[in-house]
Write a protein that binds this ligand. Structure first.
Ligand SMILES: [Zn+2]
Length: 287
């Protein structure tokens, strides 16, 4: 009989605090200490005002990592394997999403859909079809409110957990990744994501296809310097219309998927190409 080696549990992984949050903690402590000497109150006030302006700007910068971890690229392993990820936001849309799914099938590609919870409930058959065809659905809030980045921790928690529940009820699994509406957020988001076991994902490049109607321009934005490890962003919900009235994503996708294939790259879902959710789960336990 071969002796079994006892398994050593992996050490807990804590998600690093964003640099702006770390600096913010120090600034608040120093500002409070300065207030002990009342004559320094203007300096204390100025420090706090500047600090909160920096936090606000960091939240308005979707690809920023100042407020906490934020996936902007695939893992180094995925990049070395020549992988890219196509992410499609704001659906499901009853007219556009089925056509997007057909295009993905035609090119034999898998994608990640950041869906809105209430839309998943309203278009449950389409959401189930997304999952049935081998794509993944992730969390893009319950209502996709324009004011998401102005919410406090309670409001953010409700939006995110409601979407988790809506998606799990329809497709049978809970999302692992989250993307904020328009990528805008505030310092309350990271602790909420951490507790929910979710990781924030932004993108490497986007086509601005909710506002731009020129398919050529959107394609150029997505393919300029396209390289392995990129996360690309398109929209099946809130999609701008091409000059012929069709959703612009439907014009862009065939050209984009052809360009990806020509570059020798392989589209994959995020779940196969980002660090494992273990870190997020341990983070939740460490709270
Ligand atoms: Zn969105």
């Amino acid at each position: 009989m071969t002796p079994t080696t006892p398994k050593i549990p992996a050490p807990p992984i804590r998600r690093p605090m964003g640099a702006a949050i770390q600096v913010s903690v120090v600034v608040h402590v120093v500002a409070l200490l300065l207030l002990l000497q009342w004559r320094f109150w203007p300096i204390s006030l100025a420090m706090l005002v500047v600090n909160h302006l920096v936090l606000a700007v960091a939240g308005l910068w979707p690809r920023s990592t100042l407020l906490g971890p934020n996936h902007r690229h695939l893992s180094a392993h995925a990049a070395a394997a020549g992988q890219v990820a196509l992410t499609i936001d704001d659906g499901p849309d009853p007219l556009i999403t089925p056509q997007v799914l057909d295009l993905l099938d035609r090119f034999n590609c898998k994608a990640t859909f950041f869906c809105i919870g209430e839309r998943v409930t309203a278009h449950a058959d389409i959401a189930r079809d997304i999952a049935r065809r081998g794509h993944h659905i992730e969390n893009h809030t319950q209502h996709h409110s324009n004011g998401f980045s102005l919410l406090g921790p309670g409001g953010m928690r409700r939006e995110i957990l409601q979407a988790q529940a809506s998606i799990a009820e329809v497709v049978g699994h809970r999302p692992q990744y989250f993307r904020a509406p328009a990528g805008l957020r505030n310092p309350f988001l990271e602790p909420v994501l951490c507790a929910a076991g979710l990781q924030l994902v932004s993108w490497t490049r986007r086509g601005f296809d909710t506002v731009a109607s020129d398919p050529g321009l959107i394609l150029a934005r997505l393919t300029r310097n396209l390289r392995a490890g990129d996360i690309l962003l398109l929209h099946d919900g809130h999609a701008a219309r091409a000059p012929d009235g069709s959703a612009v994503i439907l014009k862009v996708m065939p050209e984009l998927l052809t360009a990806i294939a020509r570059a020798g790259l392989t589209p994959v879902t995020l779940r196969g190409a980002l660090p494992s959710p273990t870190a997020a789960a341990l983070c939740a336990r460490a709270q």
